[in-house]
Design a binder for this molecule. Structure first.
Ligand code: NAD
Length: 327
């Protein structure tokens, strides 16, 4: 069965790493019907286009979106323009409410996944300025937490925890200070937990979780957390499990009412673009999550196995070696 994939290579190393991901998927025998979309900071610099509603309508028709990285040289592009205009626009409008990031470092016994709520919290854009630019300026940034949004995320995390060998789910929040949002999260968590008696549950404050990530990451199987905490915690997760070159992610709409988007965690790395220095493994592992989501579990498993202990080399050397292993 052919999968219709919208490919957004993006900027700088983005197209370099997705090229290797496409190569590996082909080597794994998966039939990918790829359509490339020219989007990102460089496109915006050329003709002012970020991501039009017409292009969004077109993207809506694909089975999935495979993205490299978007963003220009820091400081050259207005802050938030590309992040909000492309990444957050897709997350919100395609209701990609689950952000999934796996962390695996077998030799250290690290094997857990973080489920981050992806459409609410402080990223929902609630807030504004009052008396901007004056000495009495006020800026507010609210956090939006709906029972529906929180519960569907927690439910997804419980299902994931139940499917794993270690059936354990840890809620991470800051319920002692963020008492309104924290209360809603904890209540929803406890109520859903009653439906999953086979899953061991736990709770950690975000600050404590940061310490445990460094000192004892082996304790986790699945973590569920809100948008902002998840954003920060998963970068720490990347740092303790092999670095930015290995960190993969998915922005998923599990209800499949719109396409999900799969991308490496790293950015467009203008500093190393065009030099063959970008590690494509994160993009290749993101392709593996995409294949699993599309029902190609066997190919996904083979790609994950092929990404272990890959020798250093240029971007294409690494892609070629992984492709050789999966074919
Ligand atoms: P970055 O992730 O692009 O780079 C940070 C550092 O990690 C750099 O030294 C870079 O060389 C290195 N690096 C990143 N990916 C690598 C890889 N695959 N292999 C080897 N080294 C790698 O972060 P940044 O420099 O803060 O951001 C650059 C641009 O990317 C900015 O415009 C930013 O907004 C954007 N960005 C986009 C995304 C995304 O598309 N999801 C994510 C983060 C940053």
């Amino acid at each position: 069965m052919s999968h219709r994939i919208a490919v957004i290579g993006g900027d700088y190393i983005g197209p370099e790493v997705v090229a290797e991901g496409l190569k590996v998927m082909e080597a794994a025998g998966v039939d990918i019907d790829a359509t490339h979309f020219d989007l990102g900071a460089q496109r915006w610099q050329r003709d002012g286009e970020v991501l039009s509603d017409e292009t969004m309508d077109e993207l809506r028709g694909y089975d999935a979106i495979y993205l490299g990285a978007v963003g220009g040289v820091p400081g050259e592009i207005p802050g938030g323009l590309i992040e909000r205009g492309i990444l957050l626009k897709m997350r919100f409008e395609f209701d990609q409410y689950i952000n999934l990031r796996p962390f695996l470092l077998t030799e250290q016994g690290i094997d857990f996944q973080v489920i981050r709520e992806n459409t609410e919290g402080t990223y929902a854009g609630e807030g504004g300025f009052l008396r901007k630019g004056t000495p009495h300026e006020i800026a507010t940034q609210g956090s939006v937490n709906t029972r529906h949004g929180v519960e569907r995320c927690i439910r997804y995390a419980f299902e994931l925890a139940r499917s794993r060998d270690r059936k354990k789910l840890t809620l991470v929040h800051k319920t002692n200070v963020l008492t309104f949002a924290g209360d809603l999260w904890q209540r929803a968590f406890d109520e859903v937990a009653a439906e999953y008696p086979d899953v061991e549950t736990g709770y950690q404050h975000i600050d404590a979780a940061c310490i445990h990530f460094v000192n004892d990451p082996q304790q986790y199987s699945v973590i569920v957390t809100d948008n902002l905490f998840g954003d920060i915690l998963t970068d720490l997760g990347g740092a303790i499990s092999g670095g930015i070159g290995l960190a993969s992610s998915a922005n998923m709409n599990p209800d499949r009412t719109a396409p999900s988007m799969f991308e490496p965690v790293h950015g467009s790395a203008p500093d190393i673009a065009g030099q063959g220095k970008a590690n494509p493994t994160a993009a290749i592992l993101s392709a593996a999550i995409m294949l699993e989501f599309l029902g190609e579990a066997d190919a996904a498993t083979r790609i994950r196995a092929a990404c272990e202990d890959v020798p250093a080399g240029s971007t294409t050397d690494i892609g070629d070696e992984i492709a050789r292993r999966v074919s």
